[in-house]
Structure formats: structure tokens, C-alpha cells
Design a protein around this ligand. Structure first.
Ligand SMILES: [Zn+2]
Length: 415
């Protein structure tokens, strides 16, 4: 896992017009090289991600998000595979809206079947694998995707291989284990693991449903469709690691604009953890290339990719859409996690970065007062049960002393 695969593409290559791409083709987001969609490739020879062309269409009424936006999707998930992913609520955060001076909505992805947004992408990616007769599936994961891919593989009757980071939390490991499959804990550079897995996949005929799989991106688009149906915000805040979610959400909005469903684009906000923020570092120094982040140090393990495979495309998209890129510290995300809990939602620290970013950007007045903001709460706090808040009240007593304890606390309250 020590191999370093430098990206060899030439940034001066002009992008061809993506709207002319047949939607059943895959095209490199950087050099424009095209591949047939029946290819199981995820990345171009130049190492940048492949993406499907832009879809356009009309929205149907009724049914799940997969049916309403059927015309925008490369395949229709079967009932045999789907376990009701997506159609998550946008929860008005009344307290936080007042505190920050914005209209804040929390897009609650924790209610997906395996408690994170990954299920939307896994569904389409695994549907694709089944449609082309794949027999072996794998993924590279810090946890969320491993759980999701394991669940859908189990449902499809496949045994997945899940390559996880060696310091994966017990909560996440237990969730993967319950679904079965093979877990390989890997130490070394997590960014390299992505490329290594694709090489192994090619040699051993394993379909790796990784963060940047083109079909995954198509699944993540459904988040933007649902956001638009509720109310088009001024800003969409996206926790970003490998760049798959960011790219999917942006692609959804672009396709809706192209189809005349939107007449403006929300401003995308890419948020990374301060202790591992290669995309924001490049953005701040106006670099077009991502440099590897050495020694990641953050509690937000779910978004700690030191060498994100879609990072350069995220930079280009931020540029195209006047986006914002910002980082938050461990303390800021823990504080935000508690604030999100005050609205009734238990998010992972990695998912709380969005709300922490909104607070910061309001202080710096980069988000104007009264703006409508949607922050995507990407995954559940149950996947990451530390740190335990220290501020909450906690007592222990024997059952025989319980009455006294209540008497005492009532007396304290009166005093
Ligand atoms: Zn390329």
C-alpha cells in the first residue's frame, strides 16, 4: 500500500462540453476521454474519476425519489434490492436558525437504511453490478460505506470484501460484521488504498463500489432532487472527503437547472476537518492540484481522506459555481454535534462539520443574514459513540436511595 500513483493528467486540457456526451457513456471529468458505460472502470487512465453524462428530464409525481426522478437516473433499482433509501426529511432547525441568523434546514440522512447517505449510492452501484452479472463486490471504507455495501450485498446474495482503516471504530466494525462478508483491516495511507483496491479489483475480477464509482454519484444526486422539492436554498453545505457526495449533489442541481426545473444554483459549501483538509488547502492557495495530506489528525474519521480521488474535480466545481471551502476543528465539530442534538438529531462528528461551518461563515459574514441554508447530516452518531459529552448531568445510586436522590435534587432546585 505504499505505492504512490501520481496523477499524470495535464490540467491545461480543455473540457469538452459534457452536455453532448451520450448518457450511457462514461467520461473522464478532467481529460474528457470516453469509455463505454458497460465498462466497470471508475477512473480514467489519467487517474481522475469517470462520470456519466448530464441527464435531463421531467419530474413525475408520486412514488419514491427513484420513481419521481426516474428520467435522471441511469438504471431503475429493483424492489429485490431496494430497502427504502432516500426520501429523508429536511428538518427545520428553529433554535440554530435563531442563533445563527439564517433559515437552517438539516437534511437528515441518518434515517437511511444503514444510517448514512451512502445507501443512495450503494443502491445504484449494486444494481449496476447485478445488471452486468458481477459475482464479487468489494469496497474501501472508513466504515459508513462498508456497512452500506455489506447490507446491500447480503440482500443481493453476494459476499463483499470490505477494506477498512485499521483504526475503524468498534461500532462500525460490528455493523459490518452483522451483515457478514470479509473485513480486511489495512494500515497505511487511506488515499492509496483506493487506487490499490481498483488494481486488485481488475486483477481478481472484484467490482469495487468505492466512493467515486460513477453510479454512486448518480445515486447521490437524489439528495439535491429532494432538497429542491422542499425549497431551493441559497446554500448547500456538504461534508467532503473523497468528493463523491459533493460531486453527486452538484450534478443533481446542474441537471435540474439544465432541465428548467431551477432558474438558479445554490452556492455549494465544501467542508473538511481541519486535521485533514487537502481540498481546502488547495482551494485557499489557488492550486488546481491536490497534494497529499500527511498525518491526518481528526476525530472525523469518516471524512479523513488524505488524498481524495475526486478532489481536483471538487476544486473545479467550486470554481465553476462560486463555491466556498472551509475547515472546522475537532472542538467546533463536537460543539456542533451538541447543537444538532438540541434539534433532536444525533449526528456523527464528521456529519456535524456542516453546522459548525455555518456558524463560522456567519461570524465571518460569508453567509448573509436570513439566507436559506441546507446542511447535509450525512450519518448517524450511533456509528461513532465518542466523545461522550461531559456537560450532561449524571448520577448513580442504589435503588433504595433513589427516593432520597429525587428529594435532594428537588430541594436543590428550590434553593
Ligand atoms: Zn482522464
Amino acid at each position: 500500500l505504499t505505492s504512490d500513483l501520481p496523477r499524470t493528467h495535464d490540467m491545461t486540457i480543455t473540457l469538452t462540453n459534457t452536455t453532448t456526451l451520450q448518457k450511457d457513456m462514461l467520461r473522464c471529468v478532467s481529460c474528457g476521454k470516453e469509455y463505454p458505460s458497460e465498462s466497470v472502470r471508475h477512473i480514467c487512465e489519467c487517474k481522475e474519476p469517470l462520470e456519466m453524462g448530464l441527464f435531463s428530464g421531467k419530474v413525475r409525481s408520486g412514488g419514491s425519489v427513484w420513481r419521481r426522478f426516474r428520467g435522471f437516473l441511469p438504471c431503475q433499482p429493483s424492489k429485490k434490492l431496494s430497502i427504502f433509501e432516500g426520501d429523508t426529511p429536511g428538518v427545520k432547525a428553529k433554535k440554530l436558525s435563531k442563533e445563527f441568523g439564517v433559515e437552517l434546514v438539516l437534511k437528515n440522512e441518518t434515517v437511511n437504511p444503514t444510517w448514512s447517505f451512502k445507501d443512495r449510492g450503494t443502491l445504484l452501484s449494486l444494481q449496476r453490478a447485478m445488471d452486468i452479472g458481477v459475482k464479487k463486490v468489494g469496497t474501501v471504507s472508513t466504515g459508513n460505506m462498508g456497512v452500506s455495501v455489506s447490507a446491500y450485498c447480503k440482500r443481493a446474495g453476494l459476499d463483499p470484501v470490505v477494506l477498512v482503516d485499521h483504526d475503524i471504530s468498534n461500532e462500525k466494525l460490528n455493523q459490518i460484521a452483522i451483515y457478514g462478508g470479509t473485513v480486511i483491516k489495512v494500515s497505511g495511507d487511506y488515499g492509496d488504498l483506493y487506487y490499490e483496491s481498483l488494481k486488485i479489483g481488475k486483477n481478481k475480477n472484484i467490482y469495487f463500489s468505492n466512493s467515486n464509482s460513477p453510479y454512486r454519484i448518480e445515486g447521490y444526486k437524489t439528495i439535491s432532487f429532494e432538497i429542491e422539492e422542499r425549497s431551493l436554498p441559497d446554500y448547500v453545505v456538504i461534508p467532503t472527503s473523497s468528493g463523491g457526495l459533493f460531486r453527486g449533489v452538484l450534478k443533481g442541481f446542474v441537471e435540474m437547472e439544465k432541465s428548467g426545473i431551477l432558474d438558479r444554483m445554490p452556492v455549494p459549501i465544501c467542508v473538511q476537518a481541519e486535521g485533514c483538509s487537502p481540498i481546502c488547502r488547495a482551494f485557499d492557495s489557488h492550486e488546481k492540484k491536490i497534494k497529499r495530506w500527511h498525518d491526518p489528525d481528526t476525530i472525523a474519521s469518516a471524512i479523513a481522506n488524505p488524498y481524495p480521488p475526486g478532489g481536483e474535480e471538487v476544486l473545479r466545481k467550486l470554481d465553476d459555481h462560486n463555491g466556498i471551502c472551509t475547515t472546522v476543528s475537532n472542538d467546533e465539530m463536537i460543539s456542533a454535534q451538541l447543537k444538532i442534538a438540541s434539534e433532536g438529531i444525533f449526528s456523527q462528528p464528521a456529519s456535524a462539520v456542516g453546522v459548525a461551518a455555518v456558524e463560522k461563515l456567519r461570524e465571518k459574514e460569508e453567509i448573509e443574514e436570513g439566507a436559506e441554508v441546507v446542511s447535509i447530516i450525512t450519518g448517524s452518531g450511533l456509528k461513532h459513540l465518542f466523545p461522550r459529552p461531559t456537560e450532561h448531568l449524571e448520577f448513580s445510586c442504589d435503588i433504595s436511595d433513589l427516593k432520597d436522590l429525587f428529594e435532594k435534587s428537588r430541594k436543590d432546585e428550590i434553593e
